[in-house]
Design a protein around this ligand. Structure first.
Ligand SMILES: Cc1ncc(C[n+]2csc(CCOP(=O)(O)OP(=O)(O)O)c2C)c(N)n1
Length: 547
């Protein structure tokens, strides 16, 4: 076997990944990208190789959200690329800086019927902030740096760089200049001006019932810390939104009740979209200030709410804006916070009955009962991770559980990412418990990632709320068409725990609430990726009203 000569486009790209600080590449192999696999060896960048391309993109997404670094997915051309795209939708809605690299047919064969030839750049374009193809071995490193910089600048988002196989295989003229310097991989930051920050803080102080609402990019750990610092300094609640259920996100408790009474709402990187009922969730009497990296989204807010209600706007990145606002608020001294306490109480509100609720029927658990057994595990470690995915069960998990780190399917409302998310989380935090709560329907999207998790020695615990149903859709049928017209949503009492065992993981079925804590402990102690198949009652997710 010949060794790499270290001078291919693939070597330039691998060295550029190393220069960017990339620590893992999530991938599924294929003809077009094998030179890059070879080149990554020399850079000692491990490849986490998966069983479906969608899983690689989901892992890169979770990696990016949890680390604050870019997440890199590497796919093969044609069908491999196409398989990864729906996962890109989730990453895009989560404002997650994934850099997708897919091999493609060689430039020299485009239009001539090449193997797996496909317009991959066009396919990825609507799912990314930038979608483009590498042009030459000399340029591919700089093109990768551009992909990284665009992904992490402004509103973070996926970027796609297509890798023609001849670009990867051809020799480079000058390796030294082909690999960009570290400075090429930094974001360009748009700060909030001092004047704008001062104006916004004054408006917050003048308001009686102000709120700050942030978007998905601020739901990372760093984003939440910046929000908490602003809340601390200003006495104004800073509320992050990242759920497809918007203001009715069960993890926000009775937030919609206090939102309806707000008299000033500052949106920081939070688009007016369906999660705010296209603007209808903003109370008619309130004033609005919009801070956003995208002018188009400021204009959308003005169109949705009316120019006169948007009393101020500024173009700035969310993180920079939160930091600037906190520092101005800090300088202005402490602020009254009775209203903030009211907002926090509304968000924390859960029905009192939840602390003891159990299932009505034997052989199943109430979803709340299931979640109750998991919170102590999430409380047991400062880096614990909660993954929540699925229809109704994902919402139950979000309503009941909190953790230092949380990765949910997010605004995309797309199900299926839980197992890849959990695997990536366990690689990021090998010492911390990683609990993924998912539905039985959702389990079916990426079960083979138990195989990847066994190989990667990534022992997360997946807790499947098994109601033998695509319950979220079944609930719609009950509501809209009646039980006699429910169709296409029934599933079987499948032993998902045994699926995990078949892949070399740990598994148990749980049918009684009293058995769950010990089962969770055994799963954690097994040291293997685990699946607890918990039979649950089929309930609609909660919506909260304190009245
Ligand atoms: C990729 C994708 N396919 C389909 C849907 C529609 N959908 C949303 S929730 C749901 C049911 C999920 O079932 P399960 O994971 O078992 O959770 P449950 O609702 O039963 O708690 C479906 C089919 C979706 N949101 N995303």
């Amino acid at each position: 076997m010949s060794q790499s000569n270290g001078r291919r486009g693939a070597d330039v790209l691998a060295a550029s990944l190393a220069r960017a600080g990339v620590r893992r590449v999530f991938s599924l192999s294929g003809n077009h990208i094998m030179p890059l696999y070879d080149a990554l060896l020399d850079q000692r960048i491990p490849i986490v190789h998966v069983r479906h391309e969608g899983a690689a993109v989901h892992m890169a997404d979770a990696w990016a959200r949890l680390t604050g670094e870019i997440g890199v997915a590497l796919l093969t051309g044609g069908p491999g690329h196409a398989n990864g795209l729906s996962a890109l939708f989730t990453a895009q809605a989560a404002e997650s800086p994934v850099v997708l690299l897919s091999g493609q047919a060689p430039l020299g064969q485009i239009g001539r019927g090449a193997f797996q030839e496909l317009d991959q750049v066009a396919l990825a374009a609507p799912l990314t902030k930038l979608s483009f193809a590498a042009t030459s071995p000399q340029q591919v490193g700089h093109e990768f740096a551009r992909a990284v910089s665009v992904a992490i600048s402004g509103r973070p988002a996926p970027v796609y760089l297509s890798l023609p196989s001849d670009v990867l295989e051809s020799s480079v003229d000058d390796l030294g200049s082909a690999v960009p310097q570290g400075a090429a991989f930094v974001p360009s930051v748009t700060p909030l001006s001092d004047g704008a920050a001062t104006g916004i803080v004054s408006a917050l102080r003048a308001a009686t019932r102000p709120l700050v609402i942030t978007g998905p990019a601020s739901m990372t750990r760093r984003g939440r810390a910046l929000g908490a610092a602003l809340e601390q300094a200003s006495g104004v609640a800073v509320v992050g939104m990242e759920s497809p259920r918007g203001v009715n996100d069960p993890s926000l408790g009775a937030f919609s009740e206090v939102l309806a009474r707000a008299d000033l709402i500052v949106l920081v990187g939070k688009p007016i979209d369906f999660t705010l009922q296209l603007g209808a969730a903003i109370p008619a009497g309130s004033q609005v200030i919009v801070v956003d990296p995208d002018v188009a989204l400021i204009e959308r807010a003005q169109r949705a709410l009316g120019v006169s209600r948007v009393v101020m706007s500024a173009v700035a990145d969310s993180g920079a804006a939160l930091t600037a606002l906190a520092s101005v608020a800090q300088r202005s001294g402490p602020a009254a916070s009775a209203w903030r306490d009211e907002v926090r109480a509304a968000i924390a509100w859960r029905p009192a009955a939840w602390s003891t609720i159990v299932a009505d029927s034997p052989g199943v658990l109430h979803p709340v009962e299931m979640c109750r057994a998991l919170q102590p595990v999430l409380d047991s470690h400062p880096e614990a991770v909660l993954v929540a995915d699925g229809g109704e069960i994902g919402q139950w998990a979000q309503a009941c559980l909190s953790a230092p780190n949380r990765v949910i399917n997010g605004v995309a409302g797309s199900i299926g990412a839980a197992l890849p998310f959990a695997l990536a989380a366990k690689i990021v935090y090998p010492q911390a418990p990683v609990i993924a709560v998912l539905g039985d329907g959702t389990f079916g999207f990426h079960p083979a990632e138990f195989d990847t998790a066994v190989r990667e020695q990534a022992p997360f615990v997946a807790v499947v709320g098994n109601d033998q149903c695509w319950n979220a859709e079944y609930q719609i049928q009950l509501r809209e068409y009646g039980v006699e017209r429910a169709v296409g949503c029934e599933l079987l009492p499948t032993r998902y725990d045994q699926v995990a065992v078949g892949f070399g993981g740990y598994g148990e079925q749980v049918t009684r609430g009293a058995d769950l804590p010990a089962a969770v402990a055994r799963a954690a102690a097994s040291g293997r990726p685990a699946c607890l198949n918990v039979m649950i009652e089929r309930f609609a997710a909660p919506t909260f009203s304190r009245r």
